[in-house]
Design a protein around this ligand. Structure first.
Ligand SMILES: Cc1ncc(COP(=O)(O)O)c(C=O)c1O
Length: 389
């Protein structure tokens, strides 16, 4: 192998950001569980790069370097949660009186933070169907300062054409932030498609084992990264070294997990398509997916998220969830355990009914996050629950 070749993704996800500990040779970056860092002298303050763990911590920096190696860009900042990453990014890029254009389908917490917190500080929002870049263009006003898209969107999986929206953003000199949580940099790299910032809830596929909550942003420009890190330091919404340690280990298997989980998801989706009690089965890997061409052109895989509507309304949905045995009824997604979520009562409960119905987040929507278990067992369990309705 030539020495100047950049190692492949699968090598970077295992090794990037980490070198054996210089003191002991430990192969894993230790959990630097320390508030502060002793300085050799006043003149040598910050010579080793660290002063206080709210500002920077070596275990967290190792994870940040790993994520940068996977997403590209100038650098990464990690956060206590995905919402800490979203809120710091919005606060860094906007002032009172500014306006942002957001995808009309986004994680419920992103909607909640925009409409119920930042709105109190004089920031305006337009939620538009970003699957058409012309809608984004039409929504831009004189005071627009940010375009924020989520693709695939939680929970409907609506896609935004990252390159097309980035072009609109660039033409207006606006930053385009993409929530890349559902596909990870293994399958989709927003910065390569022209976006400015790629955001993650690392809680999901990156860490992947339901151990931690965390978040990250990777920025193309050092200036934007510095502005966001400044807000993180002011808010104190940084990631803990323990969380960074778990995430460093979890993300080593991200691509392998995703490959298996995606293959499982396709089998589950195909089964659901054949079951008389399941309707509108939606998965990026199915030929029936409404934006199939875009799904295949901007991402190299389909992920493990899918949804369907159960016939028989809310009562039927509740019965289904109560009779599943292997699938856990839970809020999270992207973990090795298969999870089922009723978005309307769980992850998107705060969005007014009319608003969510208008964008396809219906009462009967059952969201599945397909894990690493045997697909046959997962299908058997779904079958017994659906047959019993
Ligand atoms: C797409 C997406 N972005 C962001 C978040 C927020 O992440 P966290 O729960 O880690 O704050 C979530 C959480 O479900 C999500 O699904």
């Amino acid at each position: 192998m030539s020495t100047d070749k950049q190692p492949d993704f699968k090598t970077r996800e295992v090794h990037a950001g980490v070198t054996p500990d210089p003191v002991t040779g430990a192969i894993l970056t230790p959990i630097y569980q320390s508030t502060t860092y002793v300085q050799e002298s006043v003149d040598k303050y910050l010579e080793k790069g660290y002063s206080y763990s709210r500002s920077a911590n070596p275990t967290v920096v190792a994870l940040e370097d790993r994520i940068t190696a996977l997403e590209g860009g100038a650098g990464t900042a990690c956060f206590a949660t995905g919402m800490a990453a979203t809120s710091a990014t919005m606060m860094a890029l906007m002032n009172a009186g500014d306006h942002a254009v957001l995808s009309d389908v986004v994680y419920g917490g992103t909607h909640r933070f925009s409409t119920r917190v930042l709105s109190r500080f004089g920031v305006e929002y337009s939620f538009v169907d970003t699957s058409d870049a012309d809608n984004v263009k039409a929504a831009i006003k004189d005071n627009t300062k940010l375009i924020f898209t989520e693709t695939p969107a939680n929970p409907t999986l609506k896609l935004t054409d990252i390159a097309a929206v980035s072009e609109v953003a660039q033409a207006h000199g606006l930053p385009h932030v993409v929530d890349n949580t559902f596909l990870t940099p293994y399958y989709q790299r927003p910065l390569e498609l022209g976006a400015d910032i790629s955001l993650h809830s690392t809680t999901k596929f990156m860490e992947g084992h339901n151990i931690t909550v965390g978040g990250s942003i990777t920025a193309k420009s050092q200036e934007q990264l510095d502005a966001i890190v400044f807000v993180r330091n002011c808010l104190g919404s940084n990631m803990s070294p323990m969380v960074a340690f778990y995430t460093l280990q979890g993300c080593k298997t991200m691509s392998t997990r995703l490959e298996t989980q995606s293959a499982n998801a396709l089998k589950v989706a195909r089964f659901l398509e054949t079951h008389p009690m399941a309707e509108r089965v939606t998965y990026l890997g199915l030929d029936s997916f409404p934006q199939k061409e875009l799904a295949d052109s901007q991402a190299s895989g389909h992920g493990s998220m899918l949804w369907f509507e159960v016939k028989g309304g809310v009562e039927s949905g509740k019965k289904l969830m109560d009779t599943l045995k292997l699938w856990s009824l839970a809020e999270n997604l992207g973990s090795v355990e298969s999870l089922v979520t009723h978005s309307v009562t769980m992850t998107h409960a705060d969005i007014p009914r009319e608003e969510r119905m208008a964008v396809g987040i219906t009462d009967g929507l059952v969201r599945l996050s397909v894990g690493l278990e045997s697909p046959e067992d997962l299908i058997d369990d779904l079958k017994q629950a659906l047959d019993g309705l």
